[in-house]
Write a protein that binds this ligand. Structure first.
Ligand code: NCD
Ligand code: ZN
Length: 344
């Protein structure tokens, strides 16, 4: 059985820098034509000039013979200059701006504490139609970690969207039925990315029968009913839902600690995993919309010219870990065999 799709895009990807970038970039570029590149480096990618330099480092790390277009984002801080953002957008250097509430996730300490302070940037972005990618979790210590996404929608996201209806917003890596419902019910300038792993794991995978750090990411996976809602959204064909893998490599040394890093690395086997999910839902015909069409449409990009072909066969073999110059990185284990082989 074969399935040929337009080359896919990953609308939420962490490539890191240096030796890690070198090792993980081919894992994505092998199958994906473009990706939205997260700016949470240390220090973060804040200005247009920093995004240009990071884009150059990504292109320099791309192995000869591979083609890939990084779509850069700017890390929104309380000091971000609206004019720098607008210029970077006009020059084609920055596709979107990324909002991290301060302290929400890996390398987010430079993120936003006061939403009043970023208002001028958001106003400028609304004027020029530049998308805002949002890490949708509140960071208040009194809010339970499993509720942080739902509370963010009520307290932060909805008020921002109401006061700036022209702002185009992508709710990143949604993990709850609440977020799916919110996106479904609010059509105006709103979309959401869904990761591969949140379509496959729930919180039991992390916590039942022993703690499994390689399934720990942020936002943390929720209960099964939420996972089911995410699958329904992904396979629905609804244009506002599309793939952002949030493939986020950390070395095993940094994952397997008393206080380990959040992030799941799924670039290596993401398309095979997704084909299994869509097949199990009897919706393989909607896979192309989710991975290759809906996101491009929201970002106002043309669909890619190339194709990838998925072929069903004997179980796919893939490495349990990939080697990087800074130590091994574990590849996402979906917990079931994969049968869809991808050829670009
Ligand atoms: C990401 C990372 O490691 O940069 N981690 C994660 O758990 N997803 C940051 C993020 O997207 O939240
Ligand atoms: Zn991420």
């Amino acid at each position: 059985m074969h399935l040929t799709l337009r080359s896919p895009d990953d609308f939420h990807l962490h490539l890191r820098d240096g030796a890690m970038l070198q090792a993980v970039l081919p894992e994505t570029a092998r199958h994906f034509a473009r990706a939205i590149i997260m700016p949470n480096l240390v220090p973060p990618v804040v200005t247009g000039a920093q995004a240009r330099a990071y884009r150059d480092r990504i292109m320099a790390a791309l192995p000869a013979g591979m083609s890939f277009t990084p779509l850069m984002t700017l890390y929104l801080t309380e000091d971000t200059d609206p004019e720098d953002v607008a210029l970077a957008h006009a020059d084609g250097i920055a596709t979107a701006v990324k909002l991290y509430p301060a302290g929400a996730t890996t390398n987010s300490h430079s993120g936003v504490r006061s939403f009043v302070k970023i208002r001028p940037v958001l106003e400028r972005m609304a004027e020029i139609g530049m998308p805002l990618c949002v890490h949708g979790e509140v960071t208040d210590h009194d809010i339970d970690i499993f509720d942080r996404e739902a509370v963010f929608i009520d307290r932060v996201l909805h008020p921002i969207r109401k006061s700036l209806p022209d702002l185009r917003v992508v709710m990143e890596h949604v993990t709850t039925e609440n977020a799916v419902d919110y996106v479904r019910d609010h059509h105006h300038n709103l979309a959401a990315t869904i990761t591969t792993h949140h379509l496959i794991i729930n919180r039991n995978h992390i916590l039942a029968g022993g703690i499994r750090p390689h399934y720990y990411c942020l936002p943390v996976a929720k209960r099964e009913t939420h996972r089911v809602a995410l699958v329904e959204a992904a396979v629905s064909g609804d244009r506002r839902f599309f793939l952002g893998t949030d493939s986020a490599p950390h070395t095993d040394a940094n994952k397997l600690l008393p206080c380990g890093c959040a992030g799941i690395f799924s670039a290596t086997n993401t398309l095979s995993c997704l084909a299994e999910v869509f097949e199990a839902a009897d919706r393989l015909d909607r896979l192309e919309a989710f991975v290759s069409r809906n996101g491009a449409q929201f970002y106002r990009l043309p669909p890619n010219d190339g194709t990838v072909t998925l072929t069903k066969g004997a179980p796919v073999t893939y490495p349990g870990q990939i080697e990087t110059g800074v130590g091994p990185v574990t590849v996402f284990d979906p917990g079931f065999p994969l049968h869809w082989h991808v050829s670009a």
